[in-house]
Design a protein around this ligand. Structure first.
Ligand SMILES: [Zn+2]
Ligand SMILES: [Zn+2]
Ligand SMILES: [Zn+2]
Length: 117
């Protein structure tokens, strides 16, 4: 289970070492090399456990769903910070934290899209 994206719906195969990871950060933690980018991504859906692949040059909205069970796997990443929740005592500090979290979430999305370049 990936500790970076708690609600990961798919595993992604790293094209460089052909191992399966839930997110690029998982790959970085156990690898001594950089994740190779690819236009043909291999996935395993965590819901139906079936593998499928996508040509990222022709990626459409309908491709955000598992072709086998229609599981919507392209979703906002749920990070551990969000699950812990925020203490809303000091509003000033709180809004800063919320902003950080949003940035963090944006970073997660960029992480994944970096694979596709
Ligand atoms: Zn690798
Ligand atoms: Zn991860
Ligand atoms: Zn599926």
């Amino acid at each position: 289970m990936c500790k970076h994206i708690l609600n990961a719906q798919v595993s992604i195969r790293a094209p460089c070492c052909r191992k399966w990871f839930d997110c690029p950060e998982c790959h970085a933690e156990v690898s001594d090399h950089k994740l190779t980018k690819t236009m043909e991504m291999h996935f395993i859906c965590k819901k139906c456990k079936k593998a499928f692949r996508k040509d990222m040059t022709k990626y459409e909205e309908s491709d955000e769903y598992c072709p086998n069970c229609d599981n919507h796997y392209v979703i906002d990443a749920k990070t551990p910070q969000q699950v812990v929740g925020l203490e809303a005592e000091d509003l000033r500090v709180d809004s800063r934290i919320v902003k950080d979290e949003r940035e963090h979430r944006k970073m997660k999305e960029i992480d994944l899209s970096e694979l596709l370049d």
